[in-house]
Design a protein around this ligand. Sequence first.
Ligand SMILES: Nc1ncnc2c1ncn2[C@@H]1O[C@H](COP(=O)(O)OP(=O)(O)O)[C@@H](O)[C@H]1O
Ligand SMILES: [Mg+2]
Length: 371
Amino acid sequence: MRTLGIVGGGQLARMLTDAAHGLGLRVVVLDPTPESPGGQVADMQIVGSFTDPDMIRALAAQSDVITFETESADNETLQSVSATKPVHPSPQMLSVIKDKFAQKQFLAAHGIPTSEFSEITTPESAEAFGRLHGYPFVLKAKRDSYDGRGNALISDADSIPAAFEKLGNRAVYAERFVPFTKELAVVAVRSTTGEVALFPIVETVHKNHICDTVTMPAPVDSSTVEEAEALARKTLNALPGVGVCAIEMFLADRVLVNEIAPRVHNSGHLTIEACESSQFEQHVRAVMEMPLGSTKMKVPAAVMLNILGTRNGPAEPKGFDELQHEPGTYVHLYGKHESRIGRKMAHITVTADTVEEARAKADALRDRVSI
Ligand SMILES: Nc1ncnc2c1ncn2[C@@H]1O[C@H](COP(=O)(O)OP(=O)(O)O)[C@@H](O)[C@H]1O
Ligand SMILES: [Mg+2]
């Protein structure tokens, strides 16, 4: 039996593991938290940090192929491990993407439209950015930022000190605020033979910079779909690497790339129920050198709702059991022991005949659950 090693044991590893088991594989995950969401379902968990080279090597010793669910994985160790075991996606690609500023430079260098940006080293240089590009703008931490935790919106010069305070002493850059009408995302997969498949485009809605809902197919006109798909292909062509990646986009007067995630992504969770082969299955297929599956939808419409913690303390899932009985409603609890305000604890996908119906169904169940 072949074994997939996953660096990181969160909900992404959990859903990757389910897919890997469906394909007859063993899974080992590396995560610092015992009984992590991924560790609960994997064949084995190594308890250790994914930035610790010894731990990554221990994972590699147990695995035939290594992948990761977090950009925080130590890419220098992954690079050295890749001399003896396949590591997908490539650690070189991870090193470009894990630094958001380097990623923006990479996009700009490849002629991929993205919002104007500039490195910021002092509050004075932030003021200069505001004078040049106008307010509001977004200050972003270069590294280790996810679910909006590394972002601060700056509405005027007076709010610059507070933004620096929020982001601590981290290295930052500034980005022009995009007055988007919608946010879109394309999840894509590339196999070791270079075959590329795109999932249908989704619309994502963020609240407080955290993903709230995802809708497939994105309710946009066909010219926008074409523009977003062309941009996704252009971005993929610029990036080396095997496996799933997600490209987040803004729809403004044209489509801009917001950021790239070199892994399975929240905007693709609904592919489990909405598509012939989920993003998790596609990723496992790609990294294990198996043929890709179909990315086609198998239902007319789907909406995913993220369930975030609304308090700090032991998780107490409420209201989920009742939902399991409802047709076209799929509950995914991540098994996290501790709830925290804003922490991703679960998601629910609903399927329906139309986007409007799926959205109405999702809205109606939002207040029925808590954790
Ligand atoms: N330049 C921007 N203009 C407008 N909104 C933005 C901008 N950058 C980020 N946002 C909002 O914040 C969300 C999270 O930002 P993002 O940079 O994607 O961080 P994360 O790594 O946390 O996903 C985006 O999905 C979007 O809603
Ligand atoms: Mg994002």
